[in-house]
Design a protein around this ligand. Sequence first.
Ligand code: SAM
Length: 333
Amino acid sequence: MTANAGRLVDSFGRVHNNLRISVTDRCNIRCVYCMPEKAEFMPRDQLLTFEEIARFVAAVAPLGINKVRLTGGEPLLRKDLDVLVRMLVEIEGIADVGLTTNGMLLAPAAGRLRDAGLERINISLDTLDAGRFERLARRPGLDDAIAGVIAAKRAGFDPIKLNAVVIRGFNEQDVAPLARFAREHGLEMRFIEYMPLDAGHLWEREKVVFASEILDVLAREVGPLEPAPGCDPRAPALDYDYRDGGGRVGLIASVSRPFCGSCNRLRLTSDGKLRNCLFALDETDVKRLLREGASDAELARAASSSVSAKWEGHEINTARFIQPDRPMYSIGG
Ligand code: SAM
């Protein structure tokens, strides 16, 4: 028997251990690069229940899924999310439960999430300027987001990652202030290249601020950087350390340096569709299986088939690229 027998391995040899779970497609903001102003949301009875999510995770954990991350939409809009965290932490084989949030509802929830066993928090914050926040998010909320960051620190989360999407003509001027803010507060700043997953299909390559440009700004305006020791060149984030010991910055260069070759992720949408890539055009209907009484073995087989069908890469940089119908908020970022 080979080392990967019974694991989620695709036809390119990539082993999958990481499941992103969207718990809702609803959001309390409307970021221009993600959602339309008038979004249509899934009827609530179409969302997987906490029990259904936990049942699926328990079925795929024996195949090697050991890391899960809750996302959305805005996952903290889902009531009692700490209850789900606790259910997932208790599943045998699940070693790490994380959360990606815009932070606006985090202040009152951080302590409960930590007590429930949440390991990691990533907070999305694209600007420290209240006016620009409102233009990007089409809603006010900067103060609440910052209160969320502070509460996460106080609750003891460490590391806390701050994620910013940088879009030309919108928030390039925020790169250095965000990096300085992260340094000051002992947070790890990560800059993400804008991807063609916006609801309006308005993405243009010219609007992508490439990781190399961001690095130049950081080196010039914040401080000299060097590649982090042991940084895996195939990992999603290219990590750099400030030479003065002032912390770490990550660059997620999905467009200029796709990391599909080392992808280990699967995604479960809030309405129970399993996707083997952010950019996948096909999905596996896990909710139907769950609601029709499928066995754990059938759920595991569905996950294996989805992984087997995974493409080599997302093709953003080729003429073959087709933007999926589902925007980021509906997939789960
Ligand atoms: N509401 C949560 C949040 O804000 O973190 C979780 C969901 S949100 C869709 C997850 C991440 O996807 C955020 O960091 C967001 O900035 C990012 N995102 C959304 N649309 C994107 C796009 N077109 N390109 C790159 N990142 C995007």
